[in-house]
Design a protein around this ligand. Structure first.
Ligand code: NDP
Length: 222
């Protein structure tokens, strides 16, 4: 039985991760930012914590909320896409701040608070995106989202070095998943995506630290 923390679990990939971990008998702590999300987590038997990664006070309160826990697996899932623009449309300052604060500042707020809540051999995953890869770049939509996921890949890479020996840190592409964000045309359902990532997480070794990995285990280039 593993001890698992999922950040950003009110719906989509995060909620499915809680569902599968609970079905496997894991002890799960998970976060949401509104009462409906928190209730969904409690209904699945998770310990539900209120957390909005865009809110400084809320995000900085995570450390004391997880005081005493030692997690085997942690997934940072919370993310937003922003508007569906194509090409080089300059985002508004408000949109830039929302996407960057959620997708980049969020993990930068959460990661440091995890350091005293890790079990030996802990694994930490940021749910990034292949759209954040610079070498695999194709397509022209989501300029701001791509920038945010490229930035969070950098954050993950540094975290993997800074936490070396304490945790194996990886960045995931979850696939193009049929969720509110991914839409109905996505390649895979959320069950397949999460099952794949959970299998990859379970099989990680120290040499995987700092890797960028597809949900099916394929290694991706940054
Ligand atoms: P959803 O839109 O279905 O869910 C997004 C989740 O993030 C919700 O739980 C949402 O909570 C939470 N969230 C958003 N903003 C905040 C915040 N400020 N604080 C805390 N939680 C927040 O998206 P997916 O499940 O599809 O995506 C999950 C992750 O996977 C994201 O990081 C996304 O970028 C990534 N991803 C998804 C892909 C896909 O095809 N679906 C492809 C590649 C990457 P709330 O309900 O409160 O809004």
């Amino acid at each position: 039985m593993a001890s698992v923390l999922i950040v950003g679990a009110s719906r989509g990939i995060g909620l499915e991760w809680v569902r599968q971990a609970r079905a496997a008998g894991d002890r799960v702590v998970a976060t949401a930012r509104d009462d409906e999300g928190l209730q969904r987590l409690r209904d699945l038997g998770a310990v539900a914590l209120k957390l909005d990664v865009m809110n400084t006070a809320s995000a900085s309160g995570l450390a004391w909320q997880i005081d005493g826990y030692a997690f085997d697996q942690i997934a940072l899932v919370a993310g937003v896409f922003g508007s569906r623009t194509t090409g080089m449309q300059t985002p508004s300052e408000v949109e830039f701040n929302t996407v960057m604060q959620t997708n980049v500042l969020g993990p930068m707020r959460v990661l440091p608070q995890l350091q005293d809540a890790l079990a030996p051999g802990a694994r930490i995953a940021i749910i990034s995106s292949r759209m954040g890869s610079i070498s695999l770049r194709s397509g022209s939509h989501g300029w701001l989202y791509r920038a945010s996921k490229a930035a969070v890949n950098s954050v993950l890479k540094d975290a993997s070095l800074l936490m070396q020996g304490k945790a194996c840190c990886i960045s995931f592409h979850p696939g193009w998943v049929r969720t509110d964000m991914g839409g109905a045309d996505g390649d895979i359902d959320v069950q397949t995506s999460v099952a794949g990532m959970r299998t990859v997480m379970a099989g990680l070794s120290a040499t995987d630290n700092g890797s960028f990995i597809n949900y099916d285990g394929e290694r991706l280039s940054w």
